[in-house]
Unconditional design. Sequence first.
Lengths: 359, 386
Amino acid sequence: MEKARISGLQLFLLMTGFLLGSRLIINPGTEAKADGWLAILISGTGGLLLITLYSLIVLLNPSRTLVEILRDRFGNAIGSVVAVFYIWYFIHLASLVFRDFGSFLVTTTYPRTPMEVIIALFALSIIYAANSGIEVMGRISEILVPFIPFLSTIIGASIVTTHDFTAFLPVLENGIKPVIKESLNLLTFPFGEAVVFLTIFPYLNNKRHLKKITTLSTLLVTVLFLYIFFRNIIILESHFLEQATFVPHLTSVLFPGINLEPLFDVIMIIGGGIKITCAIYAAVISLSQLTGAKDYRIFTSCIVAFSVILSLWIHENIFELFSWTGNVWAYYSIPFQVVIPFILLLFSLFKKDKLQDEE
Amino acid sequence: MKISKLAILFMLSILLPGCWDNTDLTDINIVTALGIDKDEDGKIIVTVQVAEPAAVQLTSSTHGGGGGSAQIKPVYVKSYKGETIYDALISMKSIIDKRLFLSTTQVLILGERFCKDGINETLDYLHRDYQANYLADVLVARGATPEQILKIQPDMDTIPAMYIKGTAENTAIRAKVERKMLIELFKDIKNECRQATIGQITRLDDKTVKTEGTAVFMNGKLVGWLDQYQTRGYLFVTDKVKHTTVSCSVNNSKISVEIIQSSGKKNVIFKNGEPAKLSIQMRLEGNISEYIGKETLNSPEDIRIIEKKISQEVKKEINMALTKAQKDYSSDIFGFGELVHKYYPQYWKKVMDKWNDIFSRLPVDVWVDIKIRQTGLIKSPMKKDE
């Protein structure tokens, strides 16, 4: 484990950036149409529970990261196997976000640039960030992440010229089913993905504030999602919302007079960059602990290269990407995000007394 | 080590700053207006109006001086046929030299035949392409092809597209044409609870066009027109009037009232689970801007009489628009369907497909309330004292 420490504010911003990440491109709650706000509320509540679960695990296993906790609780053999799966999951997560951003930038801002070039250039800066360590990542987020809520709010407030504030009616037009489905989607992407932070929480300098920080971050993200949802539905109407590939981008184009698109791309690159960096960092830290390597930096370049290639090969076209993130990702993620952490918590609670007795 | 760092810095300075497909301003054709029409065989005719920045500058600086030298025209207009809009735009390169840059499109003119065949599916390209300018003004050409309209050479502006855009924009002070941006048209098309409307443009002569009136659509197909007064009635109901002036006559004198504020509320009244009545409530505020007559104007009663007359006038316009929409076109352009969808979703699901017929049969209550606040710099009308 690195000797580094990050402050509470840095963790808060890092996590907020991570959670906002690529959900800023794909509108939160589109599947549920006008009921998206319900889905956001439900998933926000669920996300709060999940993230509290993660912080409890870290609090019960002080100064240990994911791999060490897994080995402690499940035994060396099973723990290592589960850790390998987790490393795969983190790499997969990073490659998905890479692909999201590649698709987005190729469609809107750089239509004739090959996606490989965009993703590769993006990857270079991410290798640099991950190699610089968690302290630098914390400071980067301190500088950059405040831009995301700030700019989104400004864009939203200045675009709303039509005041149809009843655009989200009628409530539950198509029944509760799409809402539940969309809540599950939102719960696993982005809230459950915070399982990555099992490798980052231990670096917090003051553990007493951990639960407060994670709660605040989740609440802020939920509120921002709601804000973005209402902004989009007021401007675009529910009938129109499902049509667009990248809804928030469409809203940004509507600003009369000046072109807000670059501003919007900046927000997305900040969020996505932080998200990928966290996922890559989690993967390489876990890998180095699994193999017993002294320095995690030797893995960074090859893991990033691997996930870049994975991101380019994994989906043939944009619909595959969307149908994967919309339909498969949720079920694929549940073991990693809910089942294993929950078992881990039970084990930690159960064995805690035993360990203390022995001591 | 130092050399490798320098090399990386050098590489980054090459890689990071520019776009992959960077194009210089001199290598593109700046499209200011786009016209879309259909010919008899169902082929799409696309017309572009391209501005020549150098010539625009030249004409504006030597304006009035009448430079004798051979001048480049500030704009040129070209048309081309194709299977789809994109096909026509790309094939057009056979007669146009440089790449067409669409993001600067100010006006989109749709042809009558194109609209009659339906716009719901055919405008896909303008929504899908990253270059499309969602804020372009859309107008339907009546009695002329888009090409004829885009070929005018106005005196007021060197670029016809800017002139056309200007006439559409100033509807904010007259409310005689609906200003519809491309994005709003897409919303109308997508929304099954209301029918689309687009502003109307006609060609007067070589130098002038007129934007007045509205094209009414039904399921994406052009079905008819509203004249300028019906258009205003329609705009009143849909709450899109910002400023306008309404005139009436009282005892042989003519009065114009400037409407400075207008708010329209519509409602669908349900009885026993069925819609029984449509209601429209208008609240207007205005100032007297002209009074040609011999009466005196100094008591609140005088104002009240004018208020009554003006509200009758507004009511008349609204009723005209309603009659057209209900009886002639049976097309719910006002969006009453949206209210039904929002507040009675169960009923809406049942009647979704036949809502326009139901809408046409419903009686309408129109209620107009106007408050006249100011009378300008003078009180009584101007006349010789007796």
